[in-house]
Ligand binder design. Sequence first.
Ligand code: SAH
Length: 552
Amino acid sequence: MNDNAAAIVILGNSALATARRVQERYPQARILGLQGRVEGADALYANAGDCLRQLYRDNTPIIALCAAGIVIRSLAPVLEEKGAEPPVLAVAEDGSAVVPLLGGLAGVNRLAREIGEALGVAAAITTSGELRFGTCLLEPPPGYVLADLEQGKRFVADLLAGQSLRIDGEAPWLANARLPLAEDAAHRLRIDAQAGAAVAGELLIHPRLVLACAEQVDEHLPRHVRQALDAAGLAHAALAALLAPRQQMGNATLADAARRLGVPLRFIHNDAELPPAQLTAPGLSLRLAASPADADGIGQARGRLSVVGLGPGAADYMIPAVRRALDEAEDLLGYETYVNMAEPLRPEQVRHCSDNREEMQRARHAFALAASGRRVVVISSGDPGVFAMAAAVMEALHESDDAHWHGVELEVLPGVSAALAAAARAGAPLGHDFCLISLSDNLKPWEVIEQRLEHAAAADLAMAFYNPISKARPWQLGRALALLRQHRAAETLVVLGRDIGRPAEALRVLTLGELEPAMVDMRTLVIIGSSLTRRFPRAEGGDWVYTPRWYR
Ligand code: SAH
């Protein structure tokens, strides 16, 4: 199984239409196009071979819309490397053929069928076992693990050579497979949580049923769990989850133990939820769920709340950790415009859009969702800590004595703030000491703003103004400028950045003497230079603006 988002690799514009159809089926997949040949891809690469090899090494599923030969030649040098083997498919650029090439155990045939369905063609499945039996016996569904791959391959080869088999244990996913079943068959498929190597003529699959319930937590927990599994004769691979009481949610040693055991960590509200103990060891008990599905449903995960900044708008200006948090989110909260800026999203991700001014309510809603075990993202534009949601989220938590809210895994992921994005476009107007001031008097008295402007002006700081003006706050910017003009010369440089990083981006360089409130709206970031901020012509026209690093 491979849960990474796929890369759709195209070499020319002629493949773009098919690439888009594949992307409709997998909205998280990115279209990568060859630089200079493709317009409208999500990202560009310079060399097809390097790009394919890098994706392969990163364990990224590859859907290449080009000749199978190109893919085969490109990947040949990396096939011997140990490590990842993601699914790799070649798809004809006109969508007429889908050929799974590599990654038989990573679900390539399933992908091929799905893409074939999306394009209205049959996938070119060549795996004999799969063709004959309608399923890949070596790729059991989530919740089940193959005990031994090499033995499995021999087992399937025997079946293809004419052996029949019987099934011991519960294998619900095989109900519709076309297997050569016989009650008295010598070969058997065994579904069993017990440890022990598969014997000849046997295909052993472990169901993940075992729950390890921790009562005491220290750094030896993983070893104790393994010892308990051995003592109970259970396969390590049959471990489904590490369980702990809900009060332990914030325990980092516990989280580390689950990571080392390679299983999810789940929290239980009370012992009545649990199946009876199979084995009790000091500080620990092992229990068996009736099925992998039951094991999955016990308790709840530790919820996660990520407060993220999208940056100014362009996807390239978003840090990768934010993209990951968005991709993993189950719930997204934010002002509608920003939630839409977080695309691509999947239909099953719940969008809770609200008005821009309901910040505290939104923060509390986010905690309530995360405390129930969900993965929640609160979205701001720019940086979430700059006149945005992070402080509201902190305040909501600070005010709360709900232990479940405090147990949530909380993280703040930064973004490129409007002042930094606008400054970068203009050159380096914030190249020396500067301050960020919101001109909104919604949450602070206007006198405080005036005082701060006064001090910042007197200190000759460069300034960036957020929320400079709005319909509800029409006069404030004019007052601020009048005040600044008492301290700074009319020649002081000003940068106006509007919709930076968005399609309607506009940048303007002028002087404090020329600046009028009518030139500014709520989508504008205003930078006022210091006495040393200067400009010079740039080759493309217009000016570069910078504030030198020195002072005199
Ligand atoms: N957290 C955001 C700021 C939110 S306050 C950040 O770090 O950027 C909203 C103000 O930010 C707007 O009134 C405007 O002054 C500024 N702003 C936000 N995005 C902008 C953009 N793309 N271009 C110019 N200004 C922007």
